[in-house]
Design a protein around this ligand. Structure first.
Ligand code: SF4
Length: 330
């Protein structure tokens, strides 16, 4: 009979000192980010959803714009999905916006606010273990640890574990959490991974918890990521007033209902009007844009209306570079 391998749990000596050293460092050096200036659960929820698989610098403008359009839970619940997607346009992983919108509508229908516990939050569409723990600890002070890729790397290195070793990340992080300042502690662990304990070369000289670390830069914990290459060709049928776009099917697995330039398999002119690179998850696209006539099945959209539509990130990038947006977003 097979016995299940018990996962290891990282235990540190003097965890109280570890916590205070980490929190002191966080208080001194933390980045000034808009969602760190609030305890409003709605705003923290929006930031946590936007930050999933997306860099902080990419989120900043979207966060401010989204909150201007939908300043609270009820405003988001009342909005049309197309308007929500239009505000999200360019941020990618549009399922996040749909789920957040669905959760807001669900709460508004039930006359509820955001649940105050990680357990309650996990019942909402689009809220998993990480997001529930992040919101509950930051907004409501629940002493529940979070684990993301940064925290995993920090824990592995603190314990001197290799990638192949079986560490129980959630229990290990929970052992370390400061119950008096759980939200700050969680953010400090993630911040440590994001700006000091970096994937390739950790900056151990700047590390506030080097004394507890079994690794100290001795080995890396990089997972090699294999990337795919692919090509995309689009037709740009535009004049000074409008551009031809197509809407992705409502049942598309990716970016359902969003608008984009029509794809083509044939060259429309001797050379493309534009070439650019675009990466989505693990694929690097070589993109070519060809000037041509409006393809059958596409819709001519007035330039003045384009920014009201949920555009795919790539289409937004192309139209911006071609100078076709009247109010280019930064
Ligand atoms: S000492 Fe270096 S490897 Fe260890 S946690 Fe700090 S930054 Fe990471």
């Amino acid at each position: 009979m097979k016995t299940r391998l018990q996962k290891k749990v990282l235990l540190l000596t003097h965890p109280r000192k570890f916590q205070s050293r980490l929190l002191d460092w966080f208080d001194r050096t933390k980045r000034d980010l808009p969602w760190r200036r609030t305890k409003d659960p709605y705003r923290i929820w929006v930031s946590e959803i936007m930050l999933q698989q997306t860099r902080v610098t990419a989120v900043l403008e979207y966060y401010k714009r989204f909150l201007r359009a939908f300043p609270n839970l009820r405003a988001l619940a009342r909005a049309d999905e197309q308007d929500v997607l239009a505000q999200w346009s360019g941020l990618g992983y549009y399922r996040r916006a749909r789920m957040m919108h669905a959760a807001a509508k669900q709460l508004a229908n039930e006359g509820q606010n955001l649940p105050r516990t990680s357990e309650g939050l996990r019942d909402l569409p689009g809220v998993g273990q990480y997001t529930a723990a992040a919101i509950a600890s930051i907004a409501f002070g629940e002493p529940t640890a979070v684990v993301d890729g940064n925290v995993e790397r920090v824990l592995l290195r603190l314990g001197g574990y290799g990638e192949s070793e079986s560490l129980d990340f959630w229990s290990s992080a929970q052992q370390l959490i400061d119950a008096n300042r759980p939200g700050d502690f969680n953010q400090a662990m993630m911040e440590l991974g994001a700006i000091v304990c970096l994937p390739r070369v950790p900056d151990c000289k700047k590390c506030p918890v080097e004394n507890w670390c079994a690794t100290r830069g001795e080995h890396t914990t990089i997972k090699p990521v294999s990337r795919r290459k692919a090509r995309l060709d689009y037709v740009l049928a535009a004049d000074r007033n409008g551009v031809a776009l197509v809407q992705r099917a409502a049942h598309s697995r990716l970016m359902a209902g969003m608008w984009e330039l029509p794809e083509t398999s044939a060259k429309k002119s001797p050379s493309p009007a534009m070439q650019l690179k675009h990466s989505i998850t693990n694929t690097d696209y070589e993109v070519r844009v060809w000037k041509g006539a409006r393809p059958t099945g596409s819709t001519r959209i007035q330039l003045s209306r384009i920014e009201e539509l949920p555009l795919t990130g790539l289409t937004l990038k192309i139209l911006r570079r071609m100078g076709l947006l009247l109010h280019p977003k930064s």
